[in-house]
Design a protein around this ligand. Structure first.
Ligand code: GDP
Length: 363
């Protein structure tokens, strides 16, 4: 039973991911089986059922909620007669749309190439004929946003060369990022890092807290690169909010590195505002995962303030359970404004008072 609920949650998130990548999600299909079918992943009967569903709803793409072996993907395409992609392709696609910094772009290209490498043969024929320069910008559609047509045509060796070059570039960029961070640190402006799963309501809460009206979309990864916003405590001390990249289930292993390098900044924060969607079916698991990664970037000693957002959707018994999970958490709703004042006060109290003596310059 738990397995089924987990699969349903994962599928729901996949639908949100696909929509973020620009797809219109029509139908979901779940299958229970002990092991994936080596040939078509789903097995013959279920694949046929999927083919009929695809026809009935007029879908042009199937997204599998798992990483398919290249041969499985091709076999499945032969049965369903439309393009088949997997979760990893969707996430890579979104990351490539959202990476802004040079390092972010390099990290994503590296992940794309790593994903592409074992799939070269299957993709080669269909992809290399796509018109236009960048496959992605030519509107080739979700999941086909590769690193660009010319690069796809490179042979394996040249891809390896490119990957080595990217790795080196990324390595050289790391000191620059650290220097930038150190500079910010020297400025002595305290910072609050906002962490949590995608769709927990991080951007909405930030808008509430800072009183800005930035567009909030029901999209995952609205920010891949950390966005910094300036704010003030009620007694006029300035600090910054850093909105970090959101967590997602089953992050492709190729992207863990890119994700982690973005998330590392959390380690420099003075306070971590950990936003949890209180209405999520399994908030405890989300809480645990986020805290694990916080520990991995060695930020576990930074004061953490947990917010259960979407309180407007919670009944008393849900609140009780959440309260049991984190007794000193704040219940808030970015939608109704509930708890925002309390949250603001708690953030104010957590922001360290700058040590004035440090500012004294002895001539
Ligand atoms: P982020 O990915 O964590 O930045 O989440 P967003 O701020 O983009 O919000 C994700 C979705 O949740 C959007 O559709 C929001 O409208 C919705 N949302 C955010 N806060 C609340 C809330 O307090 N209550 C409800 N009901 N929905 C919310």
């Amino acid at each position: 039973k738990d397995g089924l609920e987990d699969a349903e949650n994962s599928l729901r998130e996949l639908a949100a991911l696909a929509e973020t990548a620009g797809a219109n999600v029509l139908e979901g299909l779940l299958q229970r089986r002990a092991n994936p079918d080596p040939a078509t992943y789903l097995g013959k009967g279920k694949a046929q059922e999927l083919a009929e569903l695809v026809q009935a709803v007029g879908a042009d793409t199937v997204v599998a909620d798992t990483e398919l072996a290249p041969s499985q993907r091709r076999a499945l395409e032969d049965v369903v007669k439309v393009k088949v992609i997997d979760r990893t392709a969707v996430i890579l696609d979104i990351f490539s749309q959202h990476a802004k910094s040079r390092e972010g772009k390099a990290q994503v290209e590296l992940a794309q190439l790593e994903y592409l490498l074992p799939r070269l043969r299957g993709w080669g024929e269909s992809m290399s004929r796509q018109a236009g320069g960048q496959v992605g910008s030519a509107g080739a559609g979700m999941g086909s946003r590769g690193p660009g047509e010319t690069k796809i045509e490179l042979d394996r060796r040249r891809i390896h060369t490119r990957m080595a070059k990217l790795r080196k570039q990324i390595q050289q960029m790391t000191p620059a990022r650290e220097a930038k961070r150190a500079n910010r640190k020297r400025g002595e402006v305290p910072s609050v890092a906002i962490a949590g799963y995608t769709n927990a309501g991080k951007s909405s809460l930030l808008n509430r807290l800072t009183g800005t009206q930035e567009l909030v979309q029901n999209q995952l990864f609205a920010t891949l690169d950390t966005a910094i916003r300036h704010a003030e405590t009620s007694d006029g001390r300035s600090f910054t909010y850093a909105d970090t990249v959101g967590f997602v289930r089953n992050l492709p292993h190729q992207l863990v590195e890119a994700f982690r390098s973005t998330f590392e900044e959390v380690g420099e924060a003075d306070v971590i505002l950990h936003v949890v969607d209180g209405s999520h079916p399994d908030p405890a698991a989300q809480l645990r995962t986020v805290r694990e990664v916080i520990a991995e970037v060695e930020a576990q000693d930074i004061p953490e303030l947990v917010v259960f957002n979407k309180a407007d959707l919670l009944d008393d018994s849900q609140r009780l359970v959440l309260h049991g999970l984190v007794p000193d958490a704040v219940f808030a709703s970015a939608r109704t404004g509930e708890g925002i004042e309390e949250l603001r006060a708690r953030i104010d109290a957590a922001i360290p008072i700058p040590d004035r003596e440090v500012d004294v310059v002895v001539p």
